[in-house]
Design a protein around this ligand. Structure first.
Ligand SMILES: Cc1cc2nc3c(=O)[nH]c(=O)nc-3n(C[C@H](O)[C@H](O)[C@H](O)COP(=O)(O)OP(=O)(O)OC[C@H]3O[C@@H](n4cnc5c(N)ncnc54)[C@H](O)[C@@H]3O)c2cc1C
Length: 313
């Protein structure tokens, strides 16, 4: 029997949107029973939120003081203990999942399947390779537990409206002491979250300074959009690294994406393959970004962007 355990990413107060996307992926596996595991120090609220996701049979919560902050080395052995009842363990292909799931796979003695973008069978999946320029089918041995990350940009979140039972579980698992939490530094922003935003405005090297990025912020504010960037803009110090879109940044799927002064290198494009409408502003009409753009404006961003921002009122 196919039983899939989805590992929930959450803040302790709210569920990450990646969870409903992992569930959407899990529902593509024929006849699968889908449970969600929520590990934390105090996760009753998050567990209740998870129980609303359509297609979920049961939510399992594991509450332990050591789970806050949730570091992968501490979570992994607990997930391995939960996994004995399951044929599959799925996590998101986010920083959280990329940190955690390889540890789970290693402790279970299996290879991880990374970045599932579609399901061909219970042990056969498709995933992108070469910065998204090719798609490969990968198959796990049928007698192995499948430990996988899900490419969240490939899935629409499963709907809400469910009321699955929530069960609190005590695990008798010895936790490792070799890794401890020291601290976390995160950028604070009132703008929409890049991963979850329906609209994203991204700027590239052409902005030429941190100050000029103000143009991008103003347009984004008018649109209620999140801020993105190319790696060149990050490397030049114009914007913080968490804004980077692409192969080594964030893979996103907004409804509307603005690429402003961005050439359209494959490593950038791989981060926006699943975007709805792509608008490109570039002074070079031969720029590769125009090959993927739905709407292209050829010209100087320093005149087009302020005009566009003003036109939005
Ligand atoms: C292993 C690896 C991983 C990478 N990962 C990423 C990644 O995750 N994300 C990413 O973005 N890149 C990534 N890169 C880098 C990538 O190859 C490109 O170098 C980078 O995307 C270029 O950024 P850019 O488009 O801002 O700059 P450029 O390539 O320099 O392009 C600037 C563009 O702005 C246009 N322009 C200049 N002035 C103006 C103006 N006044 N008005 C309008 N247009 C103007 C130019 O015509 C040009 O097209 C990676 C590279 C490698 C090797």
């Amino acid at each position: 029997m196919t039983k899939i355990l989805v590992i929930a990413e959450h803040t302790g107060a709210a569920l990450n949107p990646s969870v409903a996307k992992c569930v959407a992926c899990a529902t593509q596996v024929d006849g699968a029973d889908i449970d969600i595991a929520v590990l934390g120090a105090s996760v009753a609220g998050v567990g209740a939120e998870a129980a609303q996701i359509s297609g979920v049979t049961r939510v399992v919560t594991v509450e332990r003081a050591e789970n806050d902050p949730a570091i992968a080395a501490i979570l992994a052995p607990q997930i391995v203990a939960l996994a004995s009842d399951y044929s599959h363990v799925f996590g998101p292909s986010t920083a959280f999942g990329k940190d955690l799931m390889p540890r789970v796979a290693a402790l279970l003695g299996v290879n991880q399947i990374s970045d599932i973008m579609s399901v061909d069978g219970s042990h056969r999946f498709k995933r992108p390779i070469y910065a998204g320029n090719a798609v490969v089918a990968v198959e796990a041995p049928s007698d192995h537990k499948v430990v996988a990350t899900v490419r969240t940009a490939s899935y629409q979140a499963a709907q809400g409206g469910n009321s699955a039972p929530v069960e609190s579980v005590d695990l008798d698992v010895e936790l490792p002491t070799h890794t401890r939490f020291v601290g976390i530094e995160t950028g604070q922003s009132d703008r929409p979250d890049l991963q979850a935003a329906a609209k994203v405005v991204s700027g590239g090297r052409a902005l030429a300074s941190e100050e000029n990025f103000e143009l991008i912020y103003k347009l984004a504010d008018k649109l209620g959009a999140a801020i993105g960037s190319s790696r060149a803009a990050v490397d030049a110090g114009y914007v913080p690294p968490e804004t980077q879109v692409g192969q080594t940044g964030q893979i996103i799927a907004p409804d509307l994406y603005f690429a402003i002064g961005i050439s359209g290198a494959i490593q950038h494009i791989t981060g926006i393959k699943d975007a709805g409408t792509i608008v490109a502003i570039n002074k070079d009409e031969e720029a590769p970004i125009f090959e993927v753009a739905d709407i292209g404006l050829v010209g100087d961003l320093f005149s087009i962007v302020p005009e566009l921002t003003d036109a939005l009122g």
